[in-house]
Design a protein around this ligand. Structure first.
Ligand code: CA
Length: 429
């Protein structure tokens, strides 16, 4: 039986947990993601989530519930998941499966031990989630055909929006790892050079066209040596899991600086990730058909099977002291290039990858205008303001706005979600 069939069989089994899980919870028994938390007593421990609880994996191991594993439980006491992930999927999947077993309705091993439960389970609202991985390298792709077409129409040629390379190469660039932050952070509006169309020379000041980019990212779970390449067929062995990702972008800085080498200071001031890494195995039941790629891709980019994913996505803007407005919905299934193709392309020249490397999808836009994944597209370069629930309007992001991505998969009443990816923009300092 393949991994996919095993997981689908688990779904068919219609599991429930002895922990209460609401039907709209992202953290069903089918999810069991990984993260790092802190609270008044714990500096940093690895954890998972079920319902509205977190599961402290150090305590779970310490009390003997992961007794069949030979690794040192100190791996769950580290400040990131990198060393746990580096143990390999054979171990990380077995740990996840063991957690699923322990929390499934009918299993009383932990349920019947109140003292252990008190050490292991905590309310999600009582802990603070930390950055789950140490990101060594961060790459961002540009793989949504609707996004690339919209941007091409706006800044290039409405009749010939896609660059000639776009359907042959999963276009990407190397981003900046130092400013990738976990959900819940805030950052100051970036400053930089801009060149207004009517000005003869560039000006310097706070960015006026600050934008979000609705993305997901995948986390590398297995390293390669320089010179090695990962095929599309083997790519899933190297992808540990996914999270939500906001690639904050300063459009006015970007427009002036990007020729000829691509984005630089318009992107590297902040990026936001959601705190939970949802494993590729948890996402497997939600695989769906990818785009029919025409013209045919080169052989190293060919792949077989359903390699896209049905992940529902939403973006919200919340002004200070006001309610949040959903400004768009989208879906990961609109991606033209799959993660497997992105990774095969990234390594085809022998570029090595490391555990914890982060690979952004690129802005995920859908075909309908309500599915555009950036303000640049939603407001069509500022020409069509978006109305928020409090009556105010946005062309781009204002100071003190909080921007949140939500994402989840749902099929046959089973939900596997990511939680939130949220950040607040402070005035320029
Ligand atoms: Ca991007």
């Amino acid at each position: 039986m393949t991994n996919f069939e095993v997981i689908n069989n688990i779904i068919m089994a219609n599991k429930t947990s002895w922990i209460k899980v609401n039907t709209d919870s992202d953290f069903s028994i089918y999810n069991i993601p990984f993260g790092i938390y802190t609270d008044a007593n714990v500096k940093h421990h690895a954890c998972s989530a079920i319902g509205d609880q977190i599961i402290d994996l150090y305590e779970l191991c310490h009390h003997g519930y992961l007794g069949n594993f030979s690794f040192d439980n100190l791996v769950f006491k580290e400040s990131t998941l990198n060393d746990f992930i580096a143990l390999g999927k054979e171990i990380t999947n077995a740990v996840r499966n063991r957690i699923i077993e322990l929390f499934t309705e009918g299993n009383t091993e932990l349920q019947s031990n109140e003292a252990h439960r008190k050490d292991i389970l905590k309310a999600q609202t009582s802990v603070k989630m930390l950055m789950p991985i140490r990101v060594g390298d961060y790459t961002d792709f540009y793989s949504s055909i609707d996004h690339a077409t919209n941007i091409g129409k706006m800044i290039r040629d409405p009749e010939n929006a896609l660059m000639p390379n776009w359907k042959h190469i999963p276009v990407g660039y190397h981003g900046r790892a130092s400013s990738v932050c976990v959900s819940g952070h805030s950052f100051h509006r970036p400053k930089g050079q801009q060149k207004p169309a009517d000005a003869p020379i560039p000006v310097f000041g706070p960015c006026k066209l600050l934008d979000f980019e609705l993305e997901t990212a995948f986390v590398i779970g297995r390293r390669t040596e320089m010179g090695e390449s990962v095929s599309t067929a083997k790519a899933d062995e190297y992808i540990f899991g996914m999270l939500l990702f906001n690639d904050w972008s300063a459009r006015d800085i970007q427009t002036w600086e990007y020729v000829p080498l691509g984005p630089f200071l318009s992107k590297n001031f902040a990026s936001t990730v959601s705190p939970w890494i949802v494993t590729l195995e948890a996402l497997e039941p939600f695989r769906t058909k990818g785009y029919i790629q025409e013209p045919k891709v080169l052989p190293y980019l060919e792949y077989s099977g359903d390699k896209n994913l049905d992940i529902k996505l939403e973006m919200y803007i919340q002004p200070e002291n006001s309610e949040a407005t959903r400004v768009c919905t989208s879906n990961y299934k609109y991606m033209y290039w799959t993660m497997e193709q992105q990774l095969a392309h990234h390594t085809v020249n022998g570029c090595n990858i490391n555990v914890g490397d982060l690979m952004g999808s690129g802005t995920i836009s859908g075909p309908d205008p309500s599915e555009f994944g950036s303000m640049m597209e939603l407001s069509w370069k500022g020409t069509k303001p978006i109305k928020l629930n409090d009556g105010s309007e946005r062309k781009f992001i204002n100071d003190n706005d909080t921007v949140t991505i939500k994402g989840w998969c749902e099929k046959d009443g089973i939900r596997v979600g990511f939680g939130e990816c949220k950040a607040t923009v402070l005035p320029s300092n």
